[in-house]
Design a protein around this ligand. Structure first.
Ligand code: NAD
Length: 455
């Protein structure tokens, strides 16, 4: 049984350091074996994971599979590619270095810390762990206290399948985080808000620990006139209201060409009815807000602009109906902070230049969505905006492509993960230059007299 007593944080980290120094985690067969164990942990505990997500977020079973259990694909991907990833790579040397050879060796960092957020509480801890294991590290996991059922379950099952000197879960909130952060790690991987990201980075700086920060922001969704309207409304509705809008890459607000705004709004309203019916509060396919604090924050945001559809709330259930807002002003609170809930402002533009200027006036977002078949417009938006990632003519799906590094830029984060990017994040690339003894030219040795002309 794993020891999560905070008195023992330092002891657990020490044990992991000792274990790391045995070099067992450097063995590729060991890593593959442990990745298989992680997959087995998920497969054998699928029902318990789904139940914990239900208890924490009322997460529909389909969404639990599609967005959390599906992490097994990342494990399969890592197992498939690990031999290529871990192979030292040859590097070119200049012609005059003809007696040398150069190689780059990936090596594990050591003991790493992974701190998770509550919205995808299983995925956001396990997905980075796949990279940490593949790269040969020991890991401490700190799941979010706001999803306590998933956090408890993680502690239980990780403790059952892995030895704590290799992988351990430490549960708790801010105090626990701070206590853990006081210790020295070889890397900190954090998923959460931009505000807490700054706290993590400051704590890491004390030990000169490198960080990956997977943060949030307001991800815009541009809708041009050159679209298939039916596909557009379905893809936006799904991406926005999955997990009741509590998704870091959910479309935060829509910027729509004024010529198509009414059609889009009508389409979104119709689609909401199709997806969740007349009573989303009774629909098992619609999640709840994670905490009372977040419920109240979101209920306040409903005061911005005018409600087109939705707006109903039930504090006893932490329910907020899928809501579309019209006529919001850019200074309204709903346009000042990341919404992170089922509220979608629809803002029109007369010219795409206005939309681009609005996006560029805000901190760089984690995701940007553009619905348009116009190659010219796609090119322009890609060139004139900066965001962690872009998805054209769809939402959210970029998260599921292991070959695409996932991460933010500017306020939305530092570093990337998924697939090879996860392996890279938890590896140090060691440059190794090798000379041989068959020749030793003396052009660089003292006395230097007469040798300057060689350079
Ligand atoms: P949060 O920043 O409040 O908490 C994240 C983690 O940090 C939790 O484990 C929490 O215990 C810990 N923490 C909180 N305050 C702390 C402090 N003062 N010192 C040390 N640790 C502390 O974030 P959240 O509410 O769990 O998640 C929501 C945010 O996360 C949103 O901004 C969302 O966009 C972002 N997010 C980003 C991604 C991504 O992949 N980029 C994914 C999910 C969520």
């Amino acid at each position: 049984m794993i020891n999560t007593d905070l008195q023992n944080v330092a002891e657990i980290i020490h044990k992991q350091r000792v274990f790391f120094q045995t070099d067992q985690t450097k063995d590729i067969a060991f890593r593959i074996e442990r990745l298989k164990t992680l997959k087995q942990l998920i497969v054998e505990n699928k029902q318990a994971i789904i139940q914990a997500l239900q208890a924490d977020l009322h997460k529909p079973e389909f969404e639990a599979y599609a967005t959390e259990i599906s992490i097994v694909q990342e494990i399969d991907y890592a197992i498939k590619h690990i031999k290529t990833w871990t192979k030292p790579k040859k590097a070119a040397v200049p012609r005059e270095f003809f007696s040398y050879s150069a190689r780059i060796y990936p090596e594990p960092l050591g003991v790493v810390l992974i701190i998770g957020a509550w919205n995808y509480p299983f995925n956001l801890v396990i997905s980075p762990l796949v990279g940490a294991i593949a790269a040969g590290n020991c890991a401490i996991l700190k799941p979010s206290e706001l999803a306590p059922h998933t956090s408890n379950l993680l502690a239980k099952i990780i403790g059952k399948y892995f030895e704590p000197e290799y992988i351990a879960v430490l549960e708790g909130g801010v105090e626990t985080s701070q206590k853990i952060l006081a210790e020295k790690f070889d890397h900190i991987f954090f998923t959460g808000s931009t505000a807490v990201g700054k706290i993590i980075m400051a704590a890491a700086a004390e030990h000169l620990t490198p960080v990956t920060l997977e943060l949030g922001g307001k991800s815009p969704c541009i809708v041009d006139t050159d679209i298939n309207l039916e596909h557009t409304v379905r893809r936006i509705t799904w991406g926005k209201f999955i997990n009741a809008g509590q998704t870091c890459i959910a479309p935060d607000y829509i910027l729509v060409d004024q010529k198509i705004k009414q059609n889009l709004v009508d389409g979104l309203k119709k689609c909401l009815k199709e997806f969740y019916g007349d009573h989303p509060e009774k629909n098992p396919d619609y999640a709840r807000i994670v905490s009372q604090k977040h419920f109240e924050r979101l209920a306040n945001l409903l005061k911005s602009g005018e409600i087109i559809i939705g707006g109903e709330t039930d504090p006893s259930e932490r329910y907020i109906a899928p809501t579309l807002l019209d006529n919001v002003s850019l200074v309204d609170p709903v346009m000042q902070e990341e919404i992170f809930g089922p509220i979608l402002p629809v803002i029109e533009y007369a010219d795409i230049t206005e939309a681009i200027a609005l996006i560029n006036s805000k901190p760089k977002p984690l995701a940007l969505y553009l619905f348009s078949q116009s190659k010219q417009l796609q090119k322009r938006v890609l060139q004139e905006t900066s965001s962690g990632g872009v998805c054209l003519n769809d939402t959210i799906m970029q998260f599921g492509v292991s070959s695409l590094p996932f991460g933010g830029v500017g306020d939305s984060g530092i570093g990337t993960y998924h697939g090879k990017a996860s392996f890279d994040t938890f590896s140090h690339y060691k440059s190794v230059l090798r000379n041989s003894f068959w020749l030793d030219l003396n052009w660089r040795y003292a006395p230097y007299k007469g040798k300057l002309s060689i350079l």
